[in-house]
Design a protein around this ligand. Structure first.
Ligand code: GLV
Ligand code: GLV
Length: 381
């Protein structure tokens, strides 16, 4: 049961909007106030369970902004519909916690927050890649424990990634941003695996390779691999950027880990269950040269037994999107999704969501996942 009183902002507002966690910044509240919303925010930090969220929805609720830690399925969407609800937005770009079919069946549009996480999350994937490659966690623990007695030619030797091969699984916005950082920053050749061609990424890497060649430097290459296996066998570091669904759960399992180079680096900033975490623990134990950098875990916030003691694994607590700009931007997009739907505005139909972040927002919901399924109108301004 929730331990705190909910905060009520703009109490006289016409539409009742429930927000299950405090969100950063001020603009998101202004967006909701401008749409005449009464906003009720849960100020605690524990994860609200389904019963607590149902209680918060109560008999009358127009919309909810929820968290990736909450199971938004038939029960909650049914409760929201019964309470007269017309909108839900996840405060996340990922939506594996949402049963979209159940939302659609209840006639509830579901928003997410794409676009503002791209570079922030890609930068964390880069940070984890090099933290793992250069053993920064392990060597910092060594230093803090007072064990650094003298400079040594072989102290904490790691992996050089310059001009090696980077593999990206899932070349959407975040995967492509990571790929560019590794190709342009570290002159790595790129392999990617995705269900679709990333034509723009391929063209950009080719043009960059031509630029390097024109300066007398070795070019860089880019290739889409037909199979995950081919990528795993060839890449020196592999970063995961897929969605989590039935096709990607345990995509990286014991068998596929065994195909990777003995000294490869595996990075995950997507969703924990994309990796079989128990298999990864085994693999890292038996392959001390192998390294992993993880932002997400199979059973968050718990870690698989043994993971936290492995020196060749760098771990951070699901903070890849944690920059102030991104987290405030996510709040604005979630609020704009809900506000627009309550005002009967159409769904935005462009990948660029920047117009929502400052100045006057367009009269549209920035990102509605089931807009087509619900036959929502699209913005034509
Ligand atoms: C964070 O993990 C998100 O999906 O936004
Ligand atoms: C990030 O914002 C994404 O949608 O990939």
């Amino acid at each position: 049961m929730p331990r705190f009183q909910w905060n009520i902002i703009h109490p006289e507002g016409k539409h009742r909007v429930v927000v299950t966690r405090e969100l950063p910044g001020k603009r998101w509240l202004a967006v909701l106030a401008a749409a005449d919303c009464r906003v009720e925010v849960y100020p605690g930090t524990e994860i609200l369970d389904t019963a607590a969220i149902r209680a918060a929805i109560g008999d009358q609720c127009d919309a909810v902004i929820g968290q990736l830690t909450e199971p938004w399925g038939a029960e909650l969407f049914g409760a929201l519909k019964t309470a007269g609800g017309r909108a839900y937005s996840n405060y996340a770009v990922g939506y594996n916690n949402v049963d979209l079919e159940a939302a659609t069946a209840n006639g509830i549009p579901v928003g997410n927050t794409p676009g503002v996480l791209t570079e922030t999350t890609a930068e964390m994937a880069v940070a984890l890649t090099f933290a793992a490659a250069r053993r920064t966690g392990e060597s910092e623990r060594f230093l803090r424990a007072g064990r650094y007695k003298s400079w040594q030619p072989t102290l904490f030797l790691g992996e050089l990634l310059w001009r090696k091969t980077v593999g990206v699984i899932g070349a959407g916005r975040i995967g492509a941003a990571y790929a560019r950082m590794m190709v342009e920053g570290h002159k790595m050749n790129l392999l990617y695996h995705d269900v679709v061609d990333s034509t723009k990424l391929e063209e950009d890497v080719r043009a960059y390779g031509e630029y390097l060649a024109s300066r007398g430097e070795p070019p860089v290459s880019c290739r889409r691999t037909p199979s995950v296996e081919e990528l795993l066998k060839e890449a020196d570091c592999v970063s995961l950027h897929t969605v989590l669904d039935d096709t990607t759960r345990h995509l990286i399992d014991a068998e596929r880990l065994a195909m990777m180079k003995k000294n490869a680096i595996l990075v995950n900033t997507s969703r924990g269950p994309v990796i079989d975490e128990a298999a990864l623990v085994q693999h890292c134990r038996s392959h001390p040269e192998f390294k992993a950098g993880l932002d997400v875990f199979e059973n968050e916030p718990s870690l698989s037994p043994g993971l936290e003691t492995l020196e060749n694994v760098v771990i951070v607590p699901h903070i890849a999107s944690a920059t102030r700009w991104t987290r405030e931007g996510m709040a604005v997009l979630a609020a704009a999704n809900v506000a627009a739907l309550l005002l009967n505005h159409p769904a935005w139909n462009r990948p660029d969501i920047a117009p929502f972040l400052q100045g006057e927002s367009p009269p549209a919901a920035p990102s509605i996942l089931n807009a087509d399924a619900l036959g929502l109108a699209t913005y034509d301004g």
